[in-house]
Write a protein that binds this ligand. Structure first.
Ligand SMILES: [Zn+2]
Length: 184
């Protein structure tokens, strides 16, 4: 009788153990996007930092929510020349298209124009003894980087963006076909 009880207790304990391990794994996953993530919904998003911490990798969180800066030349998107769209990695908001990306040599993905006026929020930034303009996602206010006035034509602007807060999606055949049709 005593032995059965011990066995029972042991198996209950082991079940709890594997259950909590599974829970921890889920909580630590940074692959999971926030439920508000959408490439088409433009309605404003406001989540507490505790929620963003669940859905963003530590590096993305440090940039998006704490206005950090990734190391220059650390983003695989810096030299990316593929055709496609760049979205906010936090909320999925469309930010830039590959046609407006250029080689700035500054070490971060650079663009001369956002996808639309409302896709970005501009805020004066006087931190670190510099006069800069901070750019944030127009939908979730994630910090993206800064914009400078030494970019190429036609805008003369350089949007210097942390790659870790960008999601790149290759242009799909359907999108290309749509553009070609529009151009006729
Ligand atoms: Zn966003």
């Amino acid at each position: 009788m005593k032995r059965i009880l011990v066995l029972l207790l042991l198996s209950t304990f082991m079940q709890q153990c594997s259950y909590s391990q599974k829970r921890n794994k889920e909580a630590m996953s940074t692959e999971k996007k926030a439920p508000v993530y959408s490439n088409t919904d433009t309605s404003k998003v406001q989540l507490p930092d505790a929620d963003w911490r669940k859905y963003l990798s530590p590096d993305a969180y440090a940039v998006a929510r704490e206005k950090g800066t990734e190391r220059p030349w650390s983003s695989p998107l810096e030299g990316n020349k593929e055709k496609g769209n760049y979205y906010c990695a936090a909320c999925g908001n469309a930010l830039f298209v590959s046609d407006t990306k250029f080689d700035s040599g500054c070490g971060w993905p650079s663009f001369y124009q956002p996808v639309s006026k409302g896709s970005i929020i501009y805020t004066p930034d006087r931190s670190h003894g510099m006069e800069r303009t901070e750019v944030q996602c127009g939908r979730c206010k994630a910090h993206l980087g800064h914009v400078f006035d030494d970019g190429p034509p036609p805008t003369g602007l350089r949007y210097c963006i942390n790659g870790v807060v960008l999601d790149f999606k290759k242009a799909e055949a359907a999108a290309k076909a749509f553009d070609e049709k529009k151009g006729q």
